[in-house]
Design a protein around this ligand. Sequence first.
Ligand SMILES: [Zn+2]
Ligand SMILES: [Zn+2]
Ligand SMILES: [Zn+2]
Ligand SMILES: [Zn+2]
Length: 460
Amino acid sequence: MSFNLNLDMDSLEKYAIASRDFKIGEEILEENVVLFGPISEPKFPICLGCGIHVDCSITCYDCGWPICKSTCDKLIFHKINECEIFKKCRNMSFQRLTSKRNVFHQYDCILPLRMLLLIERSPEKWKYIQKLNSFLDIRRDDASWQSEQLYVVKYIRQKCKLKKFDEKLIHMVCGIVNINSFHVSNNKNNIRCIYKDSHNFSHNCVPNTTFVILPSHNFRASINISKGTKLTYSKTKVILPTLLRRQDLIRNSYLSCFCDRCSDPTELRSHFSSLKCPKCKIGFLMSTDPLDFEADWRCITCKLRKRFSHLKKLYNEVEKELNKIKIEMNLEKCERLLQKYEPVFHFNHSFIVYLKYYSLLISLDGDTFQISKNDNINLKIIKLYEILSVFDIISPGYTKLRGTIFYLLYKAYIVKAKQCNKTNQHEKELYLRYMSTALKFLDMTEKMIIGKCFSDVMES
Ligand SMILES: [Zn+2]
Ligand SMILES: [Zn+2]
Ligand SMILES: [Zn+2]
Ligand SMILES: [Zn+2]
């Protein structure tokens, strides 16, 4: 075994530590999925076999729910689970969206139902699963509890007529699914998976491992790890600033993070959360206590104070605009937003990095490749190195985030090579040098992004 389990004396929870030294990029754990199913509240119909988006033109012969193809190689998981039940209950036929709803709540009950069916079908697996954390009592006051009551408990007990599963048991299973599953949710796949050992890895906002779910689940060392070190991965997006990361962790994982990055107002000197001071214009505003959501923010130079409510309003505004950018992928809008927010945030602030990243992605990558001859490719390369220097701090080593930048550097050097006119010896040499640099970046990209489609990386 590549890790041992230690007991945390305060929380009484077990956590994994490395049982030997691991070199950067080395595989630490590979394991098969115990159980998987669709994510909750998907925006598109998805195949009940493999979880990819479908257009509903093909449906399961037995129950009528959409599938990707009748030969979907994972359809067996549907057939042995909910298919039989849905076939018998007309209440559970697949419903298309009505104008009132913009997500498919019908999918919410699938994975909890598959888990409940293990009680009889696979008592061994159930024995292991029921020990996983469900935070049953804490979750009772959550808004999600009501939604679960409506779309999971009611669906399973009333619509599927499975009264043998009591309400408390169903809520417990929902908690286990929410807290312990690993998600793949992007423009292709929409599944969440439960594993036997992976949940023993702890959370950290600067993790020492990285993982991929498809095609198989494995954890790799993202930096050199010495024997006895706690093995960590991130349960939230490391690309978020502290305030939003900690909110997300509490909301979705019931976890208050006190890691070095969260505890430091400068985020390990990356200034990933810092704002420019509107008064003195030279200092930066930082939280007086990053572990307290409501703490005031203060300028390190002129001591100007701002209330948390000011920050909250600003963050809400920017987040809405960033979400739009992600969907529209419009270079002009992206650059306009950068101009708007550069005077407000530190040049390393998460939002600025995000906008810079998207403007480079749109101008350098694939279908959206928008570079023109007049564009200054050297400037783009400088910007990529700037982003990389921030990612070196918040996501060091062989990580997907750094991999995306190496990929864009590869693209940029290809453009640079193509701009050489190769009419004289010097230009020919330059061409070869840029091509060879591009290939080195491609090589690094492949080391960092394993089993992942490039466009999925920023989503997960
Ligand atoms: Zn499928
Ligand atoms: Zn079916
Ligand atoms: Zn943290
Ligand atoms: Zn100031």
